[in-house]
Design a protein around this ligand. Sequence first.
Ligand code: G3H
Length: 490
Amino acid sequence: LSNGFMKIWNGPSHLVYSPVAVAQPNGSYQRKLIGTYPICTETEALEALDAAVAAYDNGRGQWPTLSVDDRITCVENFTQKMIGQKDSVVKLIMWEIGKSYADSVKEFDRTVEYIYATIDALKNIDRQSSRFEIEQGIVAQVRRSPLGVVLCMGPFNYPLNETFTTLIPALIMGNTILFKPPKHGTLLFYPLLKAFQESFPEGVVNTIYGRGHAIVPALMQSGKVNVLTLIGSSKVADELKKLHPKVNRLRAILGLDAKNAAIITQNADLKLSVDETVLGALSFNGQRCTALKIIFVHRSKVDAFLEQLTAAVGKLKYGMPWEKGVALTPLPEPHKPAYLQECIEDALAHGARVVNEGGGTSFESFVYPAILYPVNEKMKLYREEQFGPLVPVVPFDDIEEPIQYLIESTHGQQVSIFSQNHEELSLLVDPLVNQVSRVNINCQCQRGPDVFPFTGRKDSAEGTLSVVDALRSFSIRSLVATKLNENNKQ
Ligand code: G3H
């Protein structure tokens, strides 16, 4: 189960059915059983936590006291072994979460690039911290020291990338790790377990599987977790934090809910706005925390925008993830199609219409993208994060309307504004940048490039990630200070 201990599994297992369907001889489709994984009990999860605690050993363990160069070598070894498993990992991403083959390859490559960028950034930080500073007769070396045991949980939509953008920086800074893969997106870590085992000392990376709600509360209640890192929902993050007996001492690095808006003004380039809206709202079926989840369009542009958006969405290829050029694929969360249908019906009941021929499903995990208009504040889609292929469009007359929406929102991740008028843009940027953590001008919302800070305001995040920020987030600046006097001349 972990690189601290391997055991023969006798307990219950979870059967993993792919969202991807396989055609049956009678013409119907059936989800494919692609594997099983063991379900840890609470006791086993606590054992894995104890392995991480023992390996950290109050900062005196082999890993936290290893030199930066040696830790880097271990991570490099791991990455080489991971690259050797690329084919298996990519195919498992594709089968487990229904991400297109091309996007699964991108996710893998982006993750490897991120690891190497992290190594380079750490070398820089280390070079800086080996410099000595002298102030008021005190010579000081500022170091970056680890924090302890990190509980790391990633999301299903970028199971490899989002997990490793927290796990790797936490690890390389000298922390020990307890890691629970996402429910949809677990099997893909199997090919990497041996690499963890061969690359790191015993107990440094511990992997647990199973039902989060059944095992994670006990981990938090134990008080042995020093850092919680979760990319997921703010509700779950709040519940977990509260369970920690010393919540004020717990560091949390969280990437949470978002309802990113696009604002298409009367001065927008329509083709550009449509192209970026399609990418922003529907890449990976809208299942990105950074996706555009509500589109505000100036009333003078609405008709043309809806016409062009409908045409563009109609051109997107639907199919199985291995098909060439496929853009829209089956959804991994079994409850999602019914939830999306509920959102559509709620919107229809409150006066919207489906502008294209979207919605509906041809197979239980497929949902065709639906453009809904005119969306208003009475509808679920106005505030809820749909995390699926629905595009709610809201008309506005005064730019104050979308600004007010963002001010009132409980989310604060990103916004996209579309305008070719520089004066208008410069008037909008300042008020918007104080509502969200990233304002995108004439382009969709996104996390990358990964060197950029990735965070959010309000319920959208806690702490900041990026190649460099993550190294800072998972460490503390500590000081070795010596007073210069006659006895301390050396
Ligand atoms: O789900 C959140 C991901 O970090 C989004 O990354 O914007 O590069 O697709 P992306």
